[in-house]
Each structure stands twice: as structure tokens, then as C-alpha cells.
Design a protein around this ligand. Structure first.
Ligand code: AMP
Ligand code: ZN
Length: 101
């Protein structure tokens, strides 16, 4: 599949996972917009929030966010989801941005 995040998951594109669990993985954004800029990405290829059918998946992503920010000692952070091109979504595989300065 021609999806950069699936390719990272399948090790076709090298990238360091900063977190991984059964449902998702996380990487540092290649073009960081804050001192800490992490992307939390479900292992399942889902285009965007508009395509989510089972919201258990979204819950799992937020559990991961809590784990990551706790592990990395980040008490204050923003979370950001772009849904759709017009809203700035560039990669068509659901992901949540974690941003902290
Ligand atoms: P969005 O605009 O919400 O779709 O965000 C996509 C994000 O993925 C952008 O912030 C990009 O900088 C980031 N990105 C694209 N390719 C890579 C990559 N190979 N490794 C890490 N981050 C990437
Ligand atoms: Zn994908």
C-alpha cells in the first residue's frame, strides 16, 4: 500500500518508534512544529477520523498518548488531529499529533 505510515510500520521506510503497543505506534514528526512533536498512529490503516467505525480504536490512541507523555515526562501538551485535505491532512492514515514546548 502506498502509505508512508504503513511503510514505516512494515519497516519499508526506516524510522525510530518512540512507543509501540498492540494497537498503535509513535514516531517523532520529520518536520517538527514544536520542541516535542510526536505522531501516534494506529497499526490499522484508517484514512481519517471520518472513516472510524469502532471508536474503541480512538480510545486506544488516547491511552497511548497518556503512556507516552507519562514516559517522556511531558506534563503539558496539545493534541491535534487534521481530518481532510482542506483541514491540512497530508497523510491519509489517521494520526494524532502530540505537541509540547
Ligand atoms: P497531517 O498534516 O496531520 O497529515 O500530518 C502529517 C505529518 O506527518 C506532518 O507533520 C509530516 O511532517 C509528518 N510526516 C510525513 N512523513 C513523515 C515521516 N516519514 N516520518 C515522520 N513524520 C512524517
Ligand atoms: Zn496506512
Amino acid at each position: 500500500m502506498d502509505c508512508v505510515f504503513c511503510k514505516i510500520l512494515n519497516k519499508q521506510i526506516p524510522s525510530k518508534f518512540v512507543y509501540e503497543d498492540e494497537y498503535c505506534f509513535a514516531i517523532n514528526d520529520i518536520n517538527p512544529k514544536a520542541k516535542t512533536h510526536i505522531l501516534v498512529i494506529p497499526k490499522e490503516h484508517i484514512v481519517s477520523l471520518n472513516e472510524v467505525k469502532d471508536f474503541e480504536l480512538v480510545k486506544n490512541l488516547f491511552v497511548a498518548i497518556k503512556n507516552i507523555t507519562k514516559e517522556q515526562n511531558i506534563p503539558a501538551f496539545k493534541t491535534h488531529i487534521n481530518t481532510g485535505r482542506a483541514a491540512g491532512q497530508e497523510v491519509d492514515h489517521l494520526h494524532i499529533h502530540i505537541l509540547a514546548n
